[in-house]
Ligand binder design. Structure first.
Ligand SMILES: [Zn+2]
Length: 575
């Protein structure tokens, strides 16, 4: 087992984060595997920005696996968090569930048993496609099963100390409005801030503030299941905790040593989990890297209350989107990993996240940029066999994982731009596209050899190329235009039609289409074009585009003709 990267090998952010995780693991003296952690609330659609939360620790864990270091990627589902707000598109009657954990709210669409499962399933499936191997835990199960009891009691014993740390950061800053739209820690962050504001202003009702002063544990009401509870008394000896519920007016008592009916407030929950789960590395969105955030406060608390060194970490930047106005996002909002995988090969989607420094923000563009992205990726794949540098290292990390092996990639690599343009021209089936691709210098035996790229090229062409840029082949010949052709144009078409018979082959059609104006001027097909010929070609091509697709320009004419077949082309050209 080599715990460090050999000298001379390329180093990137993943290498460094893996080194940090190992150093942290050695500091804790823990005997288990190195733990790289992510965490998210299944509060809504998990979009491509949130995907970074999963992929950052994944790449680090994968690097450690390559080194032979025992490691696990621990993903924590914050599904015991409260349902905060009824989003647009959900029946307003769901307001009834506000304050209940996500695992206790029914799925409004009825396809899963709970709200939480509804949002977990698509991302888990996408992560599987992406080769992400993680151990998932549910905070609902963790809390309800009682495994955190000792940690809850520890936090409660240290509550005055926790209060002191928190009070150093309590300010009356406004709550960022955007936080309500996010489904992750940031939202809880905003909530926690709102609560600390309430603490200072009113001294009651917020999480943490109670009749017995600051209290880091909040029960879910035994009667109505909501967290709209206020602790009214706590008995240090018996650990009996009395509370009232402001919604249903229930008065109850729960025992922290024997019952499991609530959770630590967010700012205390996070450090508790780091210590209890032996987390060595957990990155966080840049919005967490501010004074007083749950992240920085958590770093203090994990050391002072749990005596556990703060995990290694870095802040990562925001991920934005472009070209999505056309996208029929499965989530109805920001695109998700599932959406992206409809047009990007798994390796390419991974590559977008691994090739950039974590602090760098970037946009994922689903417009024309996709074509360039595929070209760049293919070029990198060719380079990867030649020279090993940081770019190639990023390619390697994206293309394969230690546990999943090589991610799906086409056996016969055809440039995305060719696949999509053939898909555009034919608007046809995968089989038809494959047949054409065969005649275009990319021989292969089956459609499968072009996958998973072919279906992505078809989806992209269908969903992301604006209608104005799509090719619409005429269904009927333009009789009026054919009637009005000049004698020059008639000669060109006649020369072309003589050569366009039977099965069309791309090479032959190419030389014919470019050669017709030469033949008309008494030259041979393979002679170099003169300036006159070039001018004729331009005019001839314009004529062909008009007669075939009713446009000024379009896809390469030879490709278009081969795709349409001689019979259809001849009919549209008035033969
Ligand atoms: Zn209640």
């Amino acid at each position: 087992m080599s715990r460090s990267t050999p000298q001379g090998e390329p180093h990137d952010w993943v290498t460094r984060a893996a080194d940090d995780a190992i150093r942290h693991h050695e500091k804790t003296g823990a005997s288990g595997p190195v733990t790289c952690s992510s965490g998210i609330s299944p509060s809504g659609p998990i979009h491509l920005g949130n995907l970074r939360e999963f992929l950052m620790p994944h790449f680090v864990a994968d690097e450690l696996r390559r080194r032979g270091v025992p490691v696990r990627h621990l993903h924590v589902w914050d599904d015991y968090d409260r349902f905060r707000k009824v989003p647009a598109g959900v029946d307003p009657s769901y307001a009834e569930h506000i304050g209940r954990p996500y695992t206790a709210v029914p799925d409004p669409w009825g396809c899963h048993s709970t709200w939480s499962d509804h949002y977990k399933e698509p991302i888990v499936s996408a992560l599987h496609t992406l080769g992400v191997d993680m151990e998932e835990i549910s905070q609902t199960e963790r809390y309800r099963s009682g495994v955190y009891r000792d940690e809850v009691l520890r936090a409660v014993r240290h509550r005055h100390e926790i209060d002191k740390v928190l009070s150093r950061y309590r300010t009356k800053e406004p709550i960022p409005a955007a936080a309500d739209e996010t489904g992750d820690h940031a939202a809880q962050e905003a909530e926690a801030m709102a609560e600390s504001v309430a603490n200072d202003d009113e001294g009651e009702s917020g999480a943490g503030t109670t009749d017995v002063g600051y209290f880091p544990f909040k029960p879910y009401c035994r009667d109505c299941g909501r967290d709209t509870t206020t602790v009214t008394a706590y008995d240090e000896e018996t650990t009996d905790l009395a509370y009232t519920c402001s919604v249903c007016d229930y008065h109850g008592t729960t025992n922290l040593a024997t019952q499991d009916e609530g959770k630590l407030v967010w700012k205390v929950d996070w450090p508790m989990r780091w210590a209890f789960e032996h987390v060595d590395f957990e990155p966080a969105g840049m919005d967490h890297a501010t004074p007083g955030s749950s992240f920085t406060v958590g770093h203090e608390l994990v050391e002072s209350v749990w005596d556990y060194p703060r995990p290694a970490w870095f802040g990562y930047g925001f991920v934005g989107f472009a070209g999505v106005q056309k996208m029929s996002s499965s989530a109805g909002g920001a695109p998700t990993a599932e959406d992206a995988l409809r047009v990007l090969e798994p390796g390419i989607l991974r590559w977008l996240y691994v090739r950039r420094q974590p602090k760098q923000t970037f946009d994922i563009d689903f417009g024309p940029e996709v074509v360039r992205l595929y070209d760049e990726w293919d070029a990198l794949a060719r380079k990867a066999t030649a020279k090993r540098d940081v770019q190639v290292l990023a390619y390697e990390r994206a293309a394969a994982t230690e546990t999943a092996g090589r991610l799906p990639t086409p056996e016969v690599v055809v440039p995305f731009r060719i696949l999509s343009s053939v898909a555009d021209v034919t608007a046809g089936s995968a089989e038809q596209i494959s047949r054409l691709i065969n005649t275009m210098g990319h021989p292969h035996d089956s459609v499968e050899q072009l996958e998973p790229r072919l279906s992505r090229a078809m989806a992209w062409t269908e969903e992301f190329v604006p209608a104005s840029e799509r090719t619409t082949v005429r269904t009927e010949p333009d009789a009026a235009a054919i009637e009005a052709l000049s004698s020059q144009e008639r000669e060109w078409l006649s020369l072309l039609l003589q050569g366009l018979q039977g099965e069309l082959e791309l090479g032959r059609v190419t030389s014919l289409v470019y050669g017709v104006p030469k033949l008309a001027r008494g030259m041979s097909l393979d002679e170099a074009p003169t300036d006159e010929v070039k001018a004729d070609q331009k005019e001839f091509f314009r004529l062909l585009y008009h007669l075939l697709v009713d446009a000024e320009r379009g896809p390469r004419l030879p490709t278009l003709m081969v795709a349409l077949g001689s019979e259809r082309v001849r009919a549209l050209l008035g033969a």
